[in-house]
Design a protein around this ligand. Structure first.
Ligand code: AMP
Length: 417
């Protein structure tokens, strides 16, 4: 099947060609016709499946077809949980819509609001936004959502995990009742199903293989090591195998900072991204990493969620995540869209229970290695894991650029991780 079989306009096909895509991915094959028809959609698809183009291409086509003369009004709203995901979706909207006369803009917290206010005043067709800043701007009278025709909730499960449910409900009261709704979520928890029932009208259901069944493209390996040797082992592995573009996950912000400093001291250029970093610092680090100037990017789960970094060769779990599903999200950064990747986890004795949970979830026993010179102490005793989430469920309100408050400024909305 080709993109032209899906009923997309030439203007969109040209933009898709320019991206170098030759074939639609499974989610695109299923979602594009449904969205073009104007139906509501409930899709289970994670980052890496091509879901963004799956909703953006048909959304742009519908907007272009239904364009009316007169003043521009915001007719499509895409909500995302994080600034990074908003930026990436916004870039996709701009890239796929490059031959259409539609205007889009990205709205998120942590940066000055004036450019966003200016863009809104100028007139927009598509808004890609995180809920907190969007509500702030609405309260200040800068956004009119009364002409929304298409509403997209991207990574809805993550939005609920991050405590955005009240913001979403407030936003739902501001958009017209008659509209097309698209809901994307990696999981179908009870909460997502409740939200779907409230939001969607007779939706088409689409499921594409979750990452935990497609992860064969990712070579996975476990290195057993003592907790205080992890840093040296990581530096050793990076240098010995000459790894470039390594995305390293840590459990905490402090851990991310410490590790980035340590690696840099060992002549391995590294930077950390997490919710306490300014937007500018995060964008700079991500840019340097994407362009290949920065060898190692150290990130917490929440900062890395939804990052679109193509064909990433190496992902390292410096700490195993406390929530087994996060392992699947992490290694989903590599081996994407047909390219191979390698995911290495450094596991100390404290983490054996976490490793078991992960192996149960992905239904695989992962190969275990011991690197010569880094043999774990057979008499080591496990210690409790600190600063991590202990339960299998994420906390209700994990604020990154946070649910809005009536009086709240963005500076107070900081990640807790
Ligand atoms: P997403 O799941 O939307 O984050 O997309 C994952 C990655 O796949 C992005 O880097 C896209 O540019 C890329 N991609 C999307 N659609 C296709 C396609 N049909 N062929 C190849 N790559 C694609």
């Amino acid at each position: 099947m080709s993109f032209s079989d899906l009923g997309l306009h030439d203007d969109l096909l040209r933009a898709v060609n320019a991206q170098g895509y030759t074939q639609p991915t499974p989610i695109q094959q299923k979602a594009i016709p449904v969205v073009l028809e104007g139906r509501d959609l409930l899709a289970s698809a994670q980052t890496g499946t091509g879901k963004t183009a799956g909703f953006t291409l048909p959304m742009l086509q519908r907007l272009a077809n239904g364009k009316r003369p007169g003043k521009r009004q915001v007719r499509a709203l895409v909500l995302t949980p994080t600034r990074e995901l908003a930026a990436q979706v916004g870039e996709s909207v701009a890239a796929y819509g490059q031959h259409l006369s539609l205007r889009s803009h990205i709205i998120f917290g942590g940066v000055g609001q004036q450019p966003q206010v200016d863009a809104l005043r100028h007139g927009l067709d598509v808004l890609v936004a995180t809920p907190g800043r969007l509500l702030d701007l609405h309260q200040q009278g800068h956004v009119d959502l009364s002409a929304i025709e298409i509403l997209v909730l991207d990574e809805a499960d993550r939005m609920l995990d991050m405590g955005f449910i009240h913001d979403i409900k407030r936003l739902l009261r501001l958009v017209p009742k008659q509209r097309q709704n698209l809901l994307f979520s990696a999981t179908f928890s009870n909460e997502i199903q409740t939200l779907a029932q409230q939001l969607l009208d007779n939706p088409a259901l689409i499921e594409v293989a979750p990452r935990n069944t497609t992860a064969e493209k990712v070579e996975q390996a476990i290195y057993r090591v003592d907790r205080d040797k992890k840093r040296d082992l990581l530096a050793h592995l990076i240098q010995r195998h000459n790894w470039f573009q390594v995305l390293v996950f840590t459990r905490t912000k402090h851990g991310a900072n410490r590790l980035a400093v340590q690696l840099s001291k060992q002549d391995i250029p590294a930077m950390a991204i997490h919710g306490n970093k300014s937007q500018g610092a995060r964008t700079r680090a991500l840019g340097a990493f994407k362009s290949g100037d920065l060898q190692v990017l150290v990130a917490t789960d929440i900062a890395a969620r939804g990052l679109d970094i193509n064909e990433l060769p190496h992902v390292v779990n410096f700490d195993l995540p406390n929530v087994a599903e996060d392992y699947v999200h992490r290694i989903g950064r590599t081996g994407r869209a047909g390219s191979n990747g390698e995911a290495v986890s450094l596991v100390c004795i404290d983490e054996h229970g976490l490793l078991k949970n992960i192996e149960r979830l992905i239904n695989q026993t992962l190969p275990k290695h011991v690197e010569p010179g880094f043999e774990p102490d057979p008499n080591a005793k496990p210690e409790p894991i600190e600063n991590g989430r202990r339960s299998q469920r994420p906390p209700r309100r994990r604020k990154q650029d946070g649910p809005s408050t009536n009086t709240g400024g963005e500076r107070r909305r900081r990640s807790r991780r």
